[in-house]
Write a protein that binds this ligand. Structure first.
Ligand SMILES: Cc1cc2nc3c(=O)[nH]c(=O)nc-3n(C[C@H](O)[C@H](O)[C@H](O)COP(=O)(O)O)c2cc1C
Length: 276
Protein backbone atom coordinates (compact mmCIF):
# COMPACT_ATOMS: atom_id res chain seq x y z
CA UNK A 1 0.00 0.00 0.00
CA UNK A 2 1.38 3.39 -0.95
CA UNK A 3 1.35 5.80 1.93
CA UNK A 4 0.30 9.27 0.86
CA UNK A 5 2.31 11.86 2.74
CA UNK A 6 -0.07 14.51 4.01
CA UNK A 7 1.21 17.88 2.87
CA UNK A 8 -0.64 21.18 3.10
CA UNK A 9 -1.06 20.98 -0.66
CA UNK A 10 -2.65 17.54 -0.45
CA UNK A 11 -5.05 18.72 2.24
CA UNK A 12 -6.02 21.64 0.01
CA UNK A 13 -6.57 19.29 -2.94
CA UNK A 14 -8.72 17.03 -0.77
CA UNK A 15 -10.91 19.94 0.30
CA UNK A 16 -11.23 21.12 -3.32
CA UNK A 17 -12.08 17.73 -4.83
CA UNK A 18 -13.06 15.26 -2.08
CA UNK A 19 -12.32 11.55 -2.47
CA UNK A 20 -11.32 11.87 -6.13
CA UNK A 21 -8.67 14.53 -5.47
CA UNK A 22 -5.51 14.46 -7.59
CA UNK A 23 -2.49 13.23 -5.63
CA UNK A 24 0.24 15.87 -5.30
CA UNK A 25 2.79 13.06 -5.31
CA UNK A 26 5.62 15.14 -3.95
CA UNK A 27 5.06 18.01 -6.41
CA UNK A 28 4.43 21.33 -4.73
CA UNK A 29 5.72 24.75 -3.85
CA UNK A 30 4.65 27.91 -2.07
CA UNK A 31 2.99 29.37 -5.17
CA UNK A 32 0.76 26.32 -5.61
CA UNK A 33 -0.11 26.39 -1.92
CA UNK A 34 -1.14 30.06 -2.11
CA UNK A 35 -3.25 29.34 -5.21
CA UNK A 36 -4.94 26.26 -3.80
CA UNK A 37 -5.48 27.81 -0.37
CA UNK A 38 -7.73 30.50 -1.88
CA UNK A 39 -11.07 31.15 -0.28
CA UNK A 40 -13.10 34.32 -0.53
CA UNK A 41 -12.82 36.40 2.66
CA UNK A 42 -16.03 38.16 3.61
CA UNK A 43 -15.14 39.02 7.21
CA UNK A 44 -12.27 41.40 7.82
CA UNK A 45 -10.55 42.50 11.02
CA UNK A 46 -9.39 46.10 11.38
CA UNK A 47 -5.92 46.51 9.90
CA UNK A 48 -4.11 48.12 7.03
CA UNK A 49 -2.32 47.15 3.85
CA UNK A 50 0.86 49.24 3.65
CA UNK A 51 1.45 51.54 0.69
CA UNK A 52 4.45 49.40 -0.28
CA UNK A 53 2.36 46.24 -0.19
CA UNK A 54 -0.35 47.89 -2.28
CA UNK A 55 2.24 49.06 -4.82
CA UNK A 56 3.57 45.48 -5.08
CA UNK A 57 0.04 44.11 -5.44
CA UNK A 58 -0.57 46.56 -8.30
CA UNK A 59 2.82 45.65 -9.83
CA UNK A 60 1.73 42.00 -9.79
CA UNK A 61 -1.48 43.08 -11.53
CA UNK A 62 0.43 45.00 -14.19
CA UNK A 63 2.77 42.04 -14.72
CA UNK A 64 -0.02 39.84 -16.11
CA UNK A 65 -0.08 39.03 -19.81
CA UNK A 66 -1.97 41.71 -21.71
CA UNK A 67 -3.57 41.50 -25.13
CA UNK A 68 -1.23 43.13 -27.71
CA UNK A 69 0.50 44.81 -24.74
CA UNK A 70 -2.49 47.19 -24.76
CA UNK A 71 -2.65 47.23 -20.93
CA UNK A 72 -6.37 47.78 -20.65
CA UNK A 73 -6.42 47.75 -16.85
CA UNK A 74 -7.10 50.79 -14.72
CA UNK A 75 -7.76 50.49 -11.02
CA UNK A 76 -9.41 52.99 -8.70
CA UNK A 77 -8.24 52.83 -5.07
CA UNK A 78 -11.17 53.93 -2.92
CA UNK A 79 -10.01 55.19 0.47
CA UNK A 80 -12.61 57.92 1.07
CA UNK A 81 -14.89 56.33 3.75
CA UNK A 82 -17.99 58.18 2.55
CA UNK A 83 -17.43 56.98 -1.01
CA UNK A 84 -16.78 53.45 0.29
CA UNK A 85 -20.07 53.61 2.10
CA UNK A 86 -21.93 54.66 -1.05
CA UNK A 87 -20.22 51.91 -3.10
CA UNK A 88 -21.15 49.36 -0.41
CA UNK A 89 -24.80 50.39 -0.81
CA UNK A 90 -24.57 50.29 -4.62
CA UNK A 91 -23.16 46.75 -4.33
CA UNK A 92 -26.21 45.40 -2.50
CA UNK A 93 -25.25 46.68 0.95
CA UNK A 94 -22.13 44.53 1.32
CA UNK A 95 -20.48 45.40 4.64
CA UNK A 96 -17.15 43.94 3.48
CA UNK A 97 -16.78 46.92 1.12
CA UNK A 98 -16.69 49.17 4.19
CA UNK A 99 -14.59 46.87 6.38
CA UNK A 100 -11.77 45.94 4.00
CA UNK A 101 -8.39 47.61 4.46
CA UNK A 102 -8.31 48.41 0.74
CA UNK A 103 -11.10 48.62 -1.79
CA UNK A 104 -10.23 48.60 -5.48
CA UNK A 105 -12.43 49.01 -8.53
CA UNK A 106 -11.03 47.27 -11.60
CA UNK A 107 -11.78 49.15 -14.81
CA UNK A 108 -11.55 48.00 -18.43
CA UNK A 109 -9.96 51.03 -20.03
CA UNK A 110 -9.65 51.75 -23.76
CA UNK A 111 -9.47 55.52 -23.23
CA UNK A 112 -5.64 55.90 -23.21
CA UNK A 113 -5.07 53.83 -26.32
CA UNK A 114 -7.92 55.47 -28.22
CA UNK A 115 -6.55 58.91 -27.28
CA UNK A 116 -3.08 57.97 -28.55
CA UNK A 117 -4.48 56.54 -31.80
CA UNK A 118 -6.67 59.56 -32.53
CA UNK A 119 -3.97 62.08 -31.51
CA UNK A 120 -1.74 60.37 -34.06
CA UNK A 121 -4.46 60.68 -36.70
CA UNK A 122 -5.47 57.01 -36.88
CA UNK A 123 -9.04 55.75 -37.15
CA UNK A 124 -10.45 53.43 -34.49
CA UNK A 125 -12.98 51.45 -36.52
CA UNK A 126 -12.18 48.11 -34.87
CA UNK A 127 -13.10 49.36 -31.41
CA UNK A 128 -16.81 49.37 -32.36
CA UNK A 129 -16.87 45.58 -32.26
CA UNK A 130 -17.77 43.35 -29.32
CA UNK A 131 -14.26 41.97 -29.18
CA UNK A 132 -12.95 45.34 -27.94
CA UNK A 133 -15.03 44.94 -24.79
CA UNK A 134 -14.15 41.26 -24.49
CA UNK A 135 -10.40 41.81 -24.86
CA UNK A 136 -10.32 44.62 -22.29
CA UNK A 137 -12.38 42.63 -19.76
CA UNK A 138 -10.10 39.61 -20.25
CA UNK A 139 -7.09 41.84 -19.57
CA UNK A 140 -8.61 43.32 -16.41
CA UNK A 141 -9.45 39.89 -15.13
CA UNK A 142 -5.93 38.58 -15.57
CA UNK A 143 -4.59 41.65 -13.73
CA UNK A 144 -7.15 41.46 -10.95
CA UNK A 145 -6.52 37.77 -10.34
CA UNK A 146 -2.77 38.43 -10.17
CA UNK A 147 -3.51 41.12 -7.58
CA UNK A 148 -5.71 38.70 -5.65
CA UNK A 149 -2.99 36.07 -5.55
CA UNK A 150 -0.36 38.66 -4.59
CA UNK A 151 -2.55 39.89 -1.72
CA UNK A 152 -3.24 36.34 -0.56
CA UNK A 153 0.48 35.54 -0.71
CA UNK A 154 1.01 38.41 1.75
CA UNK A 155 -1.55 36.86 4.12
CA UNK A 156 -4.52 39.07 3.23
CA UNK A 157 -7.94 37.89 2.18
CA UNK A 158 -9.85 39.15 -0.84
CA UNK A 159 -13.38 39.32 -2.22
CA UNK A 160 -14.28 40.13 -5.79
CA UNK A 161 -17.36 42.38 -5.77
CA UNK A 162 -19.25 41.85 -9.01
CA UNK A 163 -22.35 43.32 -7.39
CA UNK A 164 -20.94 46.76 -8.20
CA UNK A 165 -22.43 46.17 -11.65
CA UNK A 166 -25.93 46.08 -10.11
CA UNK A 167 -25.83 49.89 -10.18
CA UNK A 168 -23.15 50.41 -12.75
CA UNK A 169 -24.24 53.85 -13.95
CA UNK A 170 -24.07 55.21 -10.40
CA UNK A 171 -20.62 53.62 -9.92
CA UNK A 172 -19.43 55.27 -13.15
CA UNK A 173 -20.74 58.62 -11.88
CA UNK A 174 -19.23 58.19 -8.39
CA UNK A 175 -15.79 57.34 -9.79
CA UNK A 176 -16.06 59.85 -12.66
CA UNK A 177 -15.09 57.20 -15.16
CA UNK A 178 -14.62 58.66 -18.66
CA UNK A 179 -15.80 57.40 -22.05
CA UNK A 180 -14.23 54.17 -23.20
CA UNK A 181 -13.99 52.77 -19.68
CA UNK A 182 -16.13 50.22 -17.89
CA UNK A 183 -16.01 49.13 -14.21
CA UNK A 184 -15.81 45.34 -14.19
CA UNK A 185 -15.88 44.58 -10.44
CA UNK A 186 -14.57 45.73 -7.12
CA UNK A 187 -12.09 43.94 -4.91
CA UNK A 188 -11.92 44.09 -1.14
CA UNK A 189 -8.54 43.29 0.41
CA UNK A 190 -7.93 43.04 4.14
CA UNK A 191 -7.00 41.09 7.21
CA UNK A 192 -9.08 37.90 7.35
CA UNK A 193 -11.04 37.26 10.54
CA UNK A 194 -9.86 33.82 11.74
CA UNK A 195 -13.27 33.29 13.35
CA UNK A 196 -14.83 33.22 9.86
CA UNK A 197 -15.85 29.59 9.25
CA UNK A 198 -15.53 29.87 5.45
CA UNK A 199 -13.12 27.30 4.10
CA UNK A 200 -11.66 26.06 0.82
CA UNK A 201 -14.75 25.55 -1.35
CA UNK A 202 -15.27 22.41 -3.44
CA UNK A 203 -15.02 22.63 -7.21
CA UNK A 204 -16.17 20.30 -10.00
CA UNK A 205 -13.88 17.30 -10.37
CA UNK A 206 -11.34 17.47 -13.15
CA UNK A 207 -13.22 14.74 -15.08
CA UNK A 208 -16.02 17.31 -15.48
CA UNK A 209 -13.97 20.26 -16.67
CA UNK A 210 -11.02 18.71 -18.54
CA UNK A 211 -11.55 17.51 -22.12
CA UNK A 212 -9.00 15.75 -24.24
CA UNK A 213 -8.77 16.91 -27.86
CA UNK A 214 -12.51 17.22 -28.26
CA UNK A 215 -15.27 18.16 -25.86
CA UNK A 216 -17.21 15.41 -24.13
CA UNK A 217 -20.19 16.11 -21.86
CA UNK A 218 -19.55 15.22 -18.21
CA UNK A 219 -20.82 11.99 -16.68
CA UNK A 220 -23.95 12.58 -14.60
CA UNK A 221 -22.35 10.80 -11.64
CA UNK A 222 -19.38 13.18 -11.71
CA UNK A 223 -21.68 16.20 -11.72
CA UNK A 224 -23.67 14.65 -8.87
CA UNK A 225 -20.42 14.09 -6.95
CA UNK A 226 -19.81 17.85 -7.11
CA UNK A 227 -23.37 18.65 -6.03
CA UNK A 228 -23.01 16.30 -3.06
CA UNK A 229 -19.71 17.88 -2.02
CA UNK A 230 -20.84 21.50 -2.41
CA UNK A 231 -24.09 20.78 -0.55
CA UNK A 232 -22.08 19.12 2.25
CA UNK A 233 -19.86 22.22 2.35
CA UNK A 234 -22.85 24.53 2.79
CA UNK A 235 -24.34 22.22 5.44
CA UNK A 236 -21.03 22.41 7.36
CA UNK A 237 -21.22 26.20 7.07
CA UNK A 238 -24.82 26.07 8.33
CA UNK A 239 -25.98 27.75 5.13
CA UNK A 240 -28.85 26.69 2.81
CA UNK A 241 -27.49 23.52 1.21
CA UNK A 242 -29.41 23.05 -2.05
CA UNK A 243 -26.82 24.53 -4.43
CA UNK A 244 -28.85 23.93 -7.61
CA UNK A 245 -31.85 25.71 -6.12
CA UNK A 246 -30.38 28.38 -3.88
CA UNK A 247 -27.13 29.25 -5.62
CA UNK A 248 -27.66 28.33 -9.28
CA UNK A 249 -31.36 28.84 -10.00
CA UNK A 250 -31.44 31.80 -7.60
CA UNK A 251 -28.96 33.55 -9.88
CA UNK A 252 -30.13 32.52 -13.36
CA UNK A 253 -33.83 31.71 -13.35
CA UNK A 254 -35.12 35.22 -13.94
CA UNK A 255 -33.71 38.41 -15.35
CA UNK A 256 -34.59 40.14 -12.08
CA UNK A 257 -32.02 37.92 -10.36
CA UNK A 258 -29.41 40.02 -12.20
CA UNK A 259 -30.33 42.88 -9.83
CA UNK A 260 -29.89 45.58 -12.46
CA UNK A 261 -27.12 43.95 -14.47
CA UNK A 262 -29.61 43.06 -17.20
CA UNK A 263 -29.16 46.64 -18.41
CA UNK A 264 -25.39 46.77 -18.81
CA UNK A 265 -25.49 46.63 -22.61
CA UNK A 266 -26.99 50.13 -22.49
CA UNK A 267 -24.17 51.25 -20.20
CA UNK A 268 -21.56 49.88 -22.57
CA UNK A 269 -23.21 51.97 -25.30
CA UNK A 270 -23.15 55.11 -23.13
CA UNK A 271 -19.45 54.54 -22.48
CA UNK A 272 -18.67 54.38 -26.21
CA UNK A 273 -18.66 50.63 -26.81
CA UNK A 274 -20.98 49.80 -29.72
CA UNK A 275 -20.60 46.00 -29.22
CA UNK A 276 -21.28 45.47 -32.95
C1 LIG B 1 -16.23 38.27 -10.86
C2 LIG B 1 -16.61 37.86 -9.47
C3 LIG B 1 -17.54 38.60 -8.78
C4 LIG B 1 -17.88 38.25 -7.45
N1 LIG B 1 -18.74 39.05 -6.75
C5 LIG B 1 -18.97 38.79 -5.44
C6 LIG B 1 -19.75 39.69 -4.65
O1 LIG B 1 -20.26 40.70 -5.13
N2 LIG B 1 -19.91 39.40 -3.34
C7 LIG B 1 -19.35 38.30 -2.76
O2 LIG B 1 -19.54 38.10 -1.55
N3 LIG B 1 -18.61 37.43 -3.48
C8 LIG B 1 -18.39 37.65 -4.79
N4 LIG B 1 -17.60 36.80 -5.54
C9 LIG B 1 -16.98 35.64 -4.87
C10 LIG B 1 -17.60 34.31 -5.34
O3 LIG B 1 -18.87 34.16 -4.76
C11 LIG B 1 -16.65 33.19 -4.90
O4 LIG B 1 -15.42 33.32 -5.57
C12 LIG B 1 -17.23 31.81 -5.22
O5 LIG B 1 -18.39 31.56 -4.45
C13 LIG B 1 -16.23 30.71 -4.92
O6 LIG B 1 -15.81 30.76 -3.58
P1 LIG B 1 -14.29 30.90 -3.19
O7 LIG B 1 -13.73 32.12 -3.87
O8 LIG B 1 -14.26 31.03 -1.69
O9 LIG B 1 -13.60 29.66 -3.65
C14 LIG B 1 -17.28 37.11 -6.85
C15 LIG B 1 -16.35 36.36 -7.58
C16 LIG B 1 -16.01 36.73 -8.87
C17 LIG B 1 -14.98 35.92 -9.61
Amino acid sequence: MTEVISTELQQQLDKRYGAGAPIADGVGNETLEVLLRHRTTRRFLPGTVSDTELRLIIAAAQSASTSANFQFTSVVVVDDPALRNRLAELAGGQQLVRDAAVFLVWVADWSRNIAIATEHGHSIEATAYLDSAVSSIVDVTLSAQNAAVAAESLGYGITFVGALRNNIDAVIAELRLPQWTFPVYGMAIGVPDPADPADIKPRYGQSVVVHRNTYSPPAAADVQDYLDRINAYYREQELPADWAKNRLAGRISTKESLHGRQHIRRTFGNQGFELR
